[in-house]
Design a protein around this ligand. Structure first.
Ligand SMILES: *[C@@H]1O[C@H](CO)[C@@H](O)[C@H](O)[C@H]1NC(C)=O
Ligand SMILES: *[C@@H]1O[C@H](CO)[C@@H](O)[C@H](O)[C@H]1NC(C)=O
Ligand SMILES: *[C@@H]1O[C@H](CO)[C@@H](O)[C@H](O)[C@H]1NC(C)=O
Length: 181
């Protein structure tokens, strides 16, 4: 019994994506960024149709240098849609931008593909992350590489950006998690 419990814990906490079928799906609600000194502007994205396909452009206003730009990631859930968010244990400690892109891009990799629906070269983990205006075209949010167990509701992921130790703004992605239809 103890062994079984242990195995289940390992499965839930490791990246055992393929071992358990996923029972939920995700779709975009919103993507926003803020802060006047924020080097990223992602407020030009629209969401199309019932599927909420992300479409539009975002801009990196300068190269994101691995030494001066650090980010912290946090996640929150609003189970009933009343705007009351509770923090979840999925977090990313403060780390350099290139390291973070390398470590966490996997969550977006099934959704955002270079040459297919974006020209942002995330798959090569470029460092520094090059400035420019990039497009997203009809991006469907795919939760393939997300944790097997996920609470239902509105999931908010916030990446806070620090430049030379100053909090310059945040990137916020809200998605809706629901039972597979
Ligand atoms: C930007 O958004 C974050 C996360 O939503 C929030 O905590 C922060 O207060 C906002 N900052 C500004 C300058 O509006
Ligand atoms: C979707 O985004 C692309 C690239 O930015 C743009 O050319 C196209 O007009 C957009 N489509 C809609 C329906 O907004
Ligand atoms: C970025 O910085 C981190 C920590 O400072 C380091 O571990 C990593 O190797 C650097 N990445 C690149 C591509 O320079």
């Amino acid at each position: 019994m103890k062994e079984i419990l242990f195995c289940v814990l390992i499965m839930l906490t490791s990246n055992a994506y393929a071992l358990l079928p996923k029972t939920y799906e995700a779709r975009f609600v919103s993507i926003t960024s803020n802060g006047t000194k924020m080097p990223l502007d992602i407020n030009q994205i629209r969401f199309l149709g019932r599927e909420r396909l992300a479409n539009g452009t975002f801009e990196l206003k300068e190269d994101l240098d691995n030494e001066s730009v650090l980010i912290v990631g946090e996640t929150f859930i609003d189970s009933v849609g009343d705007g009351e968010y509770k923090q979840l244990p999925f977090t990313a400690p403060k780390q350099s931008i290139c390291k973070a892109l390398e470590a966490y891009w996997t969550y977006f990799e099934p959704s955002i593909k270079f040459g297919v629906n974006t020209d942002f070269p995330a798959h090569t983990h470029p460092c520094p992350v090059p400035k420019g205006r990039y497009y997203l075209k009809d991006v469907v949010l795919k939760a393939d590489n997300w944790p097997v167990i996920m609470p239902r509701g509105f999931l908010k992921a916030v990446a806070t950006v620090f430049k030379n130790d100053e909090d310059v703004g945040s990137l916020e992605i809200v998605s809706q998690i629901s039972d597979l239809s």
